[in-house]
Design a protein around this ligand. Structure first.
Ligand SMILES: Nc1ncnc2[nH]cnc12
Ligand SMILES: [Zn+2]
Length: 335
């Protein structure tokens, strides 16, 4: 009998919540730092890895922004992205939707063109080599001002053919979605899809704002939506997908133990929960590790495993003919 772990490795998977800067493995970070002659605060890979003990989102973000500071040239963005794509291709991830944080690089003098060209070239090469499809999501840093988000949108305008969606990330508490109401309106008018981190640490009210005021097409995390029954109904009514990140939730103390992870509950409630890795280099695992953590930690059933993988395909922004192809493959594996 095939185990659920084996099945989870084999099945076609999508990644809908992934920060490319969060895939920076310490070994690669040191190699690029050396090549660019940038000093890191930590002297060795082991010292850096030892610092990966977080008690909340901000602890992690402080290290995440330090780590990305070695990215300067187009080749750095290409190498970072390609290393991630190679890794998840080996895990049967067939489609990725990748966030990047342009403001985290612009503030260091790295142009928008350099960032997007490096990332996009890697995505194109992955499609040519393996048929892996992708969408790129530009994310606004919510601890910065709406004005800064508007400036970033202006810089993005020559590249909109490569940008499919807009996200909202970084420090959640104190920076509600409504702070970015006007800039998201402008993004929507440009035909861009909208998603936002909401309910990771922030209260249910932030998820309400994301769906009612911003009109998001998807919700990233959404854990705290479960505190509000009316909100659960509103998410279901709009058929919104939640991009849930199990290992991230554990590492950032959003959950205290994997056995208490709410993803099973989300499925029982009829929410479109999906499995994603968020910042895998920092949180101890890529896509297959996230599934394994659920299988081992929450004892999800075969039906629930199927539902999670299916939600990942149906909740993605890939073209319909690709969805149909992957769903057929998934169904055949679970027959
Ligand atoms: N999990 C997360 N939440 C908010 N901002 C992020 N940026 C990178 N990872 C993030
Ligand atoms: Zn995230």
């Amino acid at each position: 009998m095939e185990t659920l772990i084996e099945l989870s490795k084999k099945m076609p998977k999508t990644e809908l919540h992934l920060h490319i800067e969060g895939t920076f493995e310490p070994e690669q970070m040191f190699a690029i730092a050396q090549r660019n002659q940038v000093e890191l605060k930590y002297n060795t890979v082991d010292a850096l890895k030892a610092a990966y003990q977080f008690t909340n989102l901000q602890d992690f973000l402080d290290l995440y922004y330090q780590g990305m500071s070695v990215l300067l040239h187009e080749a750095d963005f290409y190498d970072l992205t390609m290393a991630y794509l190679e890794k998840v291709h080996s895990e049967n991830v067939v489609h990725v939707e990748i966030f990047f944080d342009p403001q985290g690089h612009l503030s260091r003098g790295v142009s928008f063109d350099v960032q997007i060209q490096g990332i996009y070239n890697a995505l194109q090469d992955a499609e040519k080599k393996w048929g892996m499809t992708s969408k790129l999501i530009m994310s606004f840093l919510r601890h910065l001002s709406e004005e800064s988000a508007f400036e970033t949108l202006e810089l993005a305008k020559p590249h909109l053919k490569w940008i499919y969606g807009i996200g909202l990330d970084s420090s959640e508490v104190g920076h509600p979605p409504e702070k970015f109401l006007r800039v998201f309106e402008a993004c929507k008018n440009l035909g861009l899809k909208i998603t936002a981190h909401a309910g990771e640490e922030g209260p249910p009210d932030y998820v309400w704002q994301a769906i009612e005021q911003i009109g998001v097409d998807r919700i990233d995390h959404g854990n705290r939506a479960l505190e509000d029954d009316k909100l659960i109904e509103a998410i279901k009514q709009r058929n919104l997908t939640l991009t849930v990140c199990p290992l991230s939730n554990l590492k950032l103390c959003v959950v205290n133990d994997m056995k208490n992870h709410p993803i099973k509950n989300m499925l029982t409630l009829g929410l479109n929960a999906t499995v994603n890795s968020d910042d895998p280099a920092y949180f101890g695992g890529y896509m297959n590790d996230n599934y394994a953590s659920l299988i081992n930690g929450t004892s999800i059933s075969k039906e629930e495993l199927f539902q999670l993988a299916k939600n990942g395909i149906t909740g993605s922004w890939m073209e319909d003919h690709h969805k149909e192809r992957h769903l057929k493959h998934l169904n055949a594996l679970f027959e």
